[in-house]
Ligand binder design. Structure first.
Ligand SMILES: CC(=O)SCCNC(=O)CCNC(=O)[C@H](O)C(C)(C)COP(=O)(O)OP(=O)(O)OC[C@H]1O[C@@H](n2cnc3c(N)ncnc32)[C@H](O)[C@@H]1OP(=O)(O)O
Length: 388
């Protein structure tokens, strides 16, 4: 099976930019990815594109052909929709296509416009990712759902709002130097504690924001990289996906995310690594509690132990296991259909050494990305490694 290399990456600035159309955003991210890759567009065999709520935010559900056009591509194009894991799945399917030998070059990415809907409209749109019959009609929102998960975790293992404030403060600190981040501002633990409540026990700085943005990557086979003398040191060496029951009421334990566990087991086995080999991680911190749940279900911490990781400094930039050096969804922003691809972009830059936070991990060779959909009803994990 051929290895897959990341030849090029591109991101738009993430933030509140409602005046820009989706095709404009995706065109910019793609242009940057192709410039970075030095790969001619004619060599691209297909475009895998992630998007969640284009039908609502842009009145344009059938977006893939438009995005191929925006990216200057003349090839088959398919949209992947898996809620907030849409682009993670698009990357996973692109990896499979290259590995199978079906194509040497695949373009992959995602885009989401959200801020033109306003917070209330985006909240309503996001709710499509929960169980409509048993959750949304009863009033469930995503901050509400993750608040239930946080309360369940506190009941089972202990922990406090202050522990979560340390996660928020860490991730906001990591985003300060990231030019693509929505919030390049530090947030102290005290400021996070003083913030207005959103859904008890989650407060303003426990939540990822509403964001517009796009991400793109050019993935190539090892053979293509070698034949074309590409400078593409980072490979995607493992991929996994998991699924869980959709409605929270149908789950046995809200403090555990089996979809993440399945995805991690599959990805680690695929890459022939153990959780202990992971040197840094970009995880799906749509809410601060989600980072804690992810670290445990990924096998990076024992159950009940990740809640204090940020407070102890273990997941900080200078800690043993830096987590969300990009700023995470929390501070970098969360344009949902682009997020999974943007995590792979950020991890690639971190491992290549051209991210503003690369200095914190200059010896690192292996990192993972974790992208979740809904209340982690879906999860995708990728293992990235610096190859010879
Ligand atoms: C699997 C999944 O991924 S599910 C996750 C899906 N995503 C979500 O559910 C999004 C959750 N976030 C939200 O709904 C919103 O960001 C909220 C409710 C937390 C805040 O929205 P609002 O109350 O409308 O905030 P508003 O836009 O008025 O901003 C108020 C201030 O807080 C800031 N702000 C808003 N949201 C955030 C945030 N999440 N983090 C940090 N700062 C924020 C704004 O920049 C603004 O600051 P300023 O006054 O200095 O300009």
């Amino acid at each position: 099976m051929t290895a897959v290399r990341v030849a090029g990456v591109g991101l738009t600035h993430f933030g509140q930019i409602p005046e820009r159309t989706g095709r404009d955003l995706f065109a910019e991210a793609s242009q940057l990815a192709f410039e970075d890759a030095s790969v001619p567009r004619e060599d691209v065999a297909q475009l895998n594109y992630g998007n969640f709520m284009g039908a609502l935010a842009e009145h344009q559900g059938h977006q893939a052909p438009l995005m191929a056009e925006a990216a200057g591509l003349d090839c088959p194009a398919t949209r992947y929709e898996e809620a907030c894991a849409s682009a993670g799945v698009a990357v996973r399917e692109a990896v499979k296509t290259v590995r199978s030998g079906e194509a040497d070059v695949v373009a992959v990415g995602g885009m989401e416009r959200m801020t033109n809907l306003g917070t209330a409209g985006a909240t309503e749109g996001l709710a499509i990712a929960a169980d409509d019959l048993f959750e949304v009609r009863a009033g469930m929102t995503f901050p509400g759902a993750y608040a239930l998960m946080a309360s369940a975790y506190f009941d089972e293992y202990g922990g406090s709002r202050e522990d979560l404030a340390h996660v928020a403060s860490k991730n906001h600190g990591n985003a300060v130097e990231n030019e693509y981040a929505q919030y390049q501002r530090a947030v102290s633990v005290e400021k996070a504690m003083d913030a207005p409540p959103v859904a008890e026990p989650l407060y303003l700085f426990d939540c990822a924001p509403i964001t517009d943005g796009a991400a793109a990557l050019v993935l190539v086979s090892d053979d293509y990289a070698e034949a074309n003398d590409l400078d593409a040191p980072v490979g995607i060496v493992g991929s996994g996906q998991g699924t869980d029951k959709m409605a929270l009421q149908d789950r046995d334990d809200l403090a555990w995310t089996p979809a993440t566990e399945q995805a991690a087991e599959m990805a680690y086995a695929d890459a022939a690594i153990e959780a202990d080999d992971v040197e840094l991680a970009e995880v799906h911190d749509c809410f601060t509690i989600a980072e804690v749940l992810a670290l445990e279900s990924l096998g990076l911490y024992e159950p009940g132990h990740a809640i204090g990781a940020a407070r102890r400094g273990e997941t900080a930039a200078d800690g043993d296991l830096p987590v969300n050096l990009s700023g995470g969804l929390k501070a970098k922003g969360h344009p949902v259909g682009a997020t999974g691809a943007s995590q792979v972009v950020e991890m690639t830059r971190l491992l290549r050494g051209d991210h503003p936070n690369s200095d914190a991990v200059d010896d690192a060779r292996l990192g993972i990305t974790h992208n979740a959909g809904g209340t982690v009803a879906s999860a995708v994990v990728h293992v990235l490694e610096v190859l010879a």
